[in-house]
Design a protein around this ligand. Structure first.
Ligand code: ADE
Ligand code: ZN
Length: 402
């Protein structure tokens, strides 16, 4: 069992975890704690309904879920749960071969790598046609993320996928803006979007979508990124368009997937050619000491996302979670992120942190560091950063033993 720092004596934790919730009678519980000496009082207490005692795993889960955190690497389209896909397809009169959410999940299980997943991702997102659809996908994600402690999110979206199938940018952005407003009003969750260019499409296409998106740059779109499957020399291909994005005041990030051909060269490429402030995944950084030094010196954030095909590929989660731990131990600014939680059955970020802790034996302090890092590398001003970090401090202070 992993080490857990609680706010009651260790012996009590051991007792609780050994016997589990509800396994001790209330009388014995009170005696064990030495709180009540007199039998009559204990018996009276035994007659009162007592809440079940949480196991230490449950306590740790509640701690992680409530810990304020930012999500920085999640794909809007990939947050769509199969049931929402079916509802959207139905209301838009779009034919779907799937009768139930489970049918859609079966189809998704056929994906075994990023390219095969992207084929299905494109198929499913094809159901989204209206601003309402994009709003509903985003707001459903914000609600779910908020339930797991996310108070701030920067969300990737793929405008080219929608433009290619005839959905105007105005429709897409209207939906994103409405969801941003609703997340603020309903949840107090602050959200912005990262305009992503598809690495396997042309730089000219990317330049076009960037110029066409200029009216929404600002509060809505705050950065650009690169996603979809890696192609050879992708950093060089997008150098000019990233320079233009920088000139427009946009932040910059890019995927560098794990253990790809030319992985180290691509990491260097996105740093030196694209001038990124973050690398999405970036889990190969420890493989090159010079890269570690450069990432550290430039304060580049690494948005680890360990769940791609973790149910299909044995050892996948442990390997990637281990890499995240390694980056944390190196003192780099790594965070944990959910990537495509609706479609890929990857975990939402609270569940994910819990799983990463389980896989790596991280302490509670390590988990808090991951949460702090998520704000350290968020694209917010220093006053906002201080406010979010202060929320973590207050959360911890409220849980200190008195
Ligand atoms: N687009 C959607 N999900 C993606 C992922 N996990 N990696 C790269 N591009 C993506
Ligand atoms: Zn991703």
């Amino acid at each position: 069992m992993r080490a857990v720092r609680g706010n009651v004596p260790c012996g009590f934790w051991r007792l609780r975890s050994r016997f589990g919730a509800l396994s001790l009678s209330p009388v014995i519980r009170f005696r064990t704690l030495g709180i009540l000496g007199r039998r009559a009082t204990a018996l009276a207490a035994a007659l009162l309904p007592l809440p079940a005692l949480a196991t230490d795993a449950e306590t740790e889960k509640a701690f992680i879920m409530g810990l304020p955190k930012a999500e920085l690497h999640v794909h809007l389209e990939g947050t769509m749960e199969p049931e929402l896909y079916l509802a959207i397809a139905q209301r838009n009169g779009i034919f779907t071969p799937y009768a139930t959410g489970e049918d859609v999940r079966d189809r998704l299980r056929a994906a075994h790598d990023l390219p095969s997943f992207i084929v299905i991702y494109e198929e499913l997102i094809g159901a989204a046609q209206t601003a309402q659809d994009f709003h509903d996908i985003a707001l459903a994600y914000f609600r779910k993320a908020h339930s797991q402690g996310v108070v701030y999110a920067e969300v990737y979206f793929d405008p080219q996928l929608h433009l290619e199938r005839g959905v105007p940018l105005e429709t897409l952005y209207a939906g994103l803006a409405a969801a941003q407003r609703d997340a603020r009003e309903e949840l107090g969750l602050e959200a912005h979007y990262i305009l992503s260019f598809l690495r396997d499409r042309s730089a000219a296409d990317a330049a076009h979508v960037l110029e066409a998106s200029r009216p929404w740059i600002g509060d809505l779109v705050i950065g650009v990124g690169l996603d979809n499957p890696e192609v050879k020399d992708f950093p060089a291909k997008f150098e000019e368009v990233f320079e233009r994005a920088g000139a427009l005041g946009l932040h910059r990030t890019s995927h560098c997937d794990v253990d790809q051909a030319d992985t180290i060269a691509n990491h260097w490429g996105v740093i030196e050619k694209l001038k990124v402030e973050r690398i999405d995944h970036g889990l190969n950084v420890p493989d090159d000491p010079a890269l570690v030094a450069a990432v550290r010196a430039r304060g580049i954030g690494l948005t680890g996302a360990p769940t791609l095909f973790y149910t299909e590929i044995p050892g996948r989660m442990a390997y990637r979670a281990g890499r995240i731990r390694q980056l944390l131990d190196l003192g780099l600014l790594v965070s944990v992120n959910s990537d495509d939680p609706g479609m890929k059955r990857s975990l939402y970020v609270g569940d994910l942190m819990e799983r990463v802790q389980e896989e790596t034996g991280m302490s509670r302090d390590d988990i808090v560091r991951l949460a702090r890092n998520s704000f350290a590398i968020a694209w917010i001003d220093e006053a906002e950063r201080a406010a979010y970090l202060g929320r973590i401090d207050r959360y911890l202070a409220d849980r200190e033993p008195t």
